[in-house]
Design a protein around this ligand. Sequence first.
Ligand code: ADP
Length: 475
Amino acid sequence: MRIIFAASEGNPYIKSGGLADVVGALPKELVKKGHECIVILPKYQDMKLADTIEYVTNFDIWVGWRKCYCGVFKAEYDGVTYYFVDNEQYFRRPGLYGYDDDNERFAYYDFAVLELISHLDIKPDILSLHDWQAAMIATLYKERYAYYEYYQGIKITFTIHNIAYQGKCDPALLSDHFGLDNYLYYNGNCRNDGCLNFMKAAIYYSDAVTTVSPTYAQEILTDEFGEGLQNILGMRRHDLYGILNGIDYDTNNPATDPNIVENFDIDTVEEKKLKNKTALQEECGLPVDPDIPLIGIVTRLTWQKGLDLILNRLEELMKRDVQLVILGSGDAKYEEPLKGIAAYHNQKISLNLKYDFKLSCRIYAGCDMFLMPSLFEPCGLSQMMSMRYGTIPIVRETGGLKDSVEPYNEYENSGTGFSFKNYNAHEMMDIIDYALNVYSDKEQWNGLVKRAMETVLDWDKSADAYLKVFNSVLD
Ligand code: ADP
């Protein structure tokens, strides 16, 4: 089957978070399974590999009342065809998101995806939409494009990577940006809580809705996690599927990763991890000591990631014999207090307030433990990357963290990490203390490391699960 993926970011061209990892890896896996995959991305100024893409064509499109230029570029990567839609007014700026006209920028993108299909004659069987930026494609398709003969029969799936970002805006944008009649707001199809809501509309209009872990699929049906969309999701619950993301085994591979000091695999992890660890300590300006437990954190610094718990117990943690390497950037609310504590404990904490892919690889490879106490976590990739690199995750049991980390059981000698249930700083501290205790028993710890590394976290099974959903909507 031919599947077109519409998403606002994707590896290896542009990434701000886990969405790009998924869009980079899932199509590649589906191609391996014999399907044709096309990914359509905006052509951003910050795109990597921009010199490897080639111009294809251009045409004009309408975004509400605006006539806009739409250039199309193309590349082939890992068997996947990538198209990039080019409009400098909307995408020739630094970064990806965070502009006042983001809704208009992605309204443009949504039209561009649909128009590109007929201009290049690449009608798909499945149009797979991802997150709020691509969400309105579902509405545009069902309310307008599906009436044209050429477009008939395309099935739409919508994947929620994070329900916290929905694309909420002024109802007037429905006609102004999308050229759609306001009755689609008043009849509730695109409305939630007094706003035009892109994600709500996609949940309503898509043939199936998927999200990125089985636990998160259950959680978003509740008032606690649904972010106001629990009712519409409840109505679509028979078409809602939770499919755990995998990680890209080619790029996240300690045996071949060019960014780490010593490559290793499951047979050499004990010896070689130590070399990565001491090199990381040196790089981060921490005292070099192979025996001291080294805890890593790689994250966006936002409330979602459990930073409140970490800040609450950081002074307490500093009383233990540990070192901490933090890599992240985000809210000043977290950056500022972290700066203060890290400066005070500069022999124990290395704080790196930036986005640095290479350093992230060295943290996954060099640390003993990886802390990820998220308030909510649709799937989470960092815990999987750390497991693949033999770094033991300490997580809160939510969303994909619960689905991917099996809690350590000292009686059965099983498990791949440590987890705690409630969003409570003391519970987190207790489990960190427990992990530190287990760390001191080398035999137990090495068993944990091996089991974590053996855990299968690739895309094979997950891609099959997506295919099952695609086939069910085609039927
Ligand atoms: P989310 O998508 O919510 O940010 P995920 O765990 O799904 O969280 O994915 C985060 C991805 O971004 C991981 O690949 C992680 O390594 C990477 N990442 C996050 N922050 C940084 C950073 N400051 N530097 C480098 N990589 C980062």
